[in-house]
Design a protein. Structure first.
Length: 230
């Protein structure tokens, strides 16, 4: 059944978020802070590992610069925050609570959608009905969502919608996308996504204030530049 991997992935995020919400209630504030810093450091390491996959650092640099400029023009992060706030206002009362929910939604959406596993797994799912990669990603995302929700709140669960739309779209277009996917292209896509994931970690540590949502066009830029340079 095409799309089963994405359904499992979205479901794992929701289940993980529920577990994280229950976990949060029983943890002292200092423990929550330590856990958040720990997961932020791990996210930075994951991002570094992904970023080092590049075979041409100039592609990564130009992808982020071009994508960042386009993102600022379109104000993608602003749009994502508005969507998150809209959902937050529907689900919770109070502007502060809605803002926290939106933050969890935006950060988790970018984290779970940036990476080669989402692309490759969705293509495999759509072409040959192979769900193995997305099942593995579902396990990882579910575990990560437990920790993220314990620190960022239930907004993390809403990222299941983003994952469902993003991966579901790739699965449906798998036939067209498969012909352009190469190892080199995946390496540059992974590296560019890795830098964005590093930024999520440093933002969580309050080291930077990167508007990561506005860097999302960098993924498309990486695909185009990788094909051009290849």
């Amino acid at each position: 059944m095409p799309g089963l991997g994405t359904i499992a992935n979205s479901g794992a995020i929701i289940i993980g978020a529920i577990c994280g919400l229950l976990l949060k209630k029983g943890l002292p504030e200092k423990w929550q802070e330590t856990m958040m810093n720990s997961i932020a450091l791990c996210i930075v390491i994951i991002g570094i590992q992904m970023a080092l996959k590049t075979t041409n650092i100039m592609i990564t640099i130009f992808s982020l610069v071009i994508g960042g400029v386009l993102g600022e023009i379109l104000d993608i992060e602003g749009l994502m925050n508005k969507i998150g706030l809209w959902m937050g206002n529907k689900l919770v009362h109070g502007e502060g609570a809605a803002t926290v929910l939106a933050k969890g939604f935006v950060n988790a959406s970018i984290l779970f959608c940036s990476g080669a596993m989402a692309v490759v797994g969705s293509i495999q799912d759509g072409l040959v009905g192979d769900h193995a990669t997305l099942f593995a990603k579902a396990t990882l995302d579910g575990l990560i969502s437990i920790i993220l929700t314990a620190n960022l709140g239930i907004g993390v669960a809403l990222s299941a919608i983003s994952v469902g739309f993003y991966q579901g779209s790739i699965t449906m277009m798998a036939g067209a996308v498969d012909s352009i996917i190469t190892k080199e292209l995946l390496a540059e896509l992974t590296a560019t996504g890795g830098v964005m994931i590093m930024a999520i970690g440093t933002n969580m540590l309050n080291v930077t204030k990167v508007r990561i949502g506005n860097l999302l066009p960098s993924i498309v830029a990486a695909v185009i530049l990788a094909k051009f340079f290849a």
